[in-house]
Write a protein that binds this ligand. Sequence first.
Ligand SMILES: Nc1ncnc2c1ncn2[C@@H]1O[C@H](COP(=O)(O)OP(=O)(O)OP(=O)(O)O)[C@@H](O)[C@H]1O
Ligand SMILES: [Mg+2]
Length: 232
Amino acid sequence: MLEVKDLKVSYGAVQALDGISLTVNDGEIVSLIGANGAGKTTALRTITGLEKASAGSIVFDGQDLRKTDPSRIISLKLAHVPEGRHIFPEMTVEENLEMGAYADPAGMAGTMQNVYTRFPRLKERRRQLAGTLSGGEQQMLAVGRALMAKPKMILMDEPSMGLSPLLVQEIFDIIGEVNRQGITILLVEQNARMALSISDRAYVLETGRITIQGKAGDLLNDERVKRAYLGQ
Ligand SMILES: Nc1ncnc2c1ncn2[C@@H]1O[C@H](COP(=O)(O)OP(=O)(O)OP(=O)(O)O)[C@@H](O)[C@H]1O
Ligand SMILES: [Mg+2]
């Protein structure tokens, strides 16, 4: 569904991605793990056109994303839950959800009901300003807003960041459930153990290069991964 080949991105003199290749097949959860500054966010932002690549290719569902205007990417059914949530704080929960459906508003009421069924907390707070939600609630809203686009695939950037252990578990449960309903997921996480436990496959990114890749279960038992990312 997504194929990235030899992708290079630099910010001035900083080579943030130095030729990464990865694939995500239809129906999979694939995680991209790595330390601070490894280039994870850059990878997701480049896939959705928010950063410009200097080389390489990005093909999603047969479309060349490097030639696609970033504003059209959501119409291709590729959604992005960015790092740090980026909800609209001065809008209500419901207005934020409506924004998620802007590219394809048909059937919005039904989609919203599905989101409210999955996140009852958002339904309770639908008239509340999003900026007054707790961190965990804002994260749920960011995921809910992505679902409003009826995506085939979601790119998620550190959905567990800043959440309490109980909420971390809840957000990973939700990711698993969204995937079981047919949505392909590329997950960026520093919480490597949780990410690997729900993923089919994973890639380890170290300073702009993929250094380890494989089945998530194999990576959980890989000595290098254990030492560097699982604290064992
Ligand atoms: N807009 C920018 N201008 C200059 N350098 C940047 C910019 N954005 C990122 N970088 C640099 O590129 C590298 C990769 O950053 P990136 O945000 O992709 O890392 P990350 O893996 O997402 O890290 P984290 O886990 O901390 O979120 C870092 O060295 C960072 O300082
Ligand atoms: Mg990041």
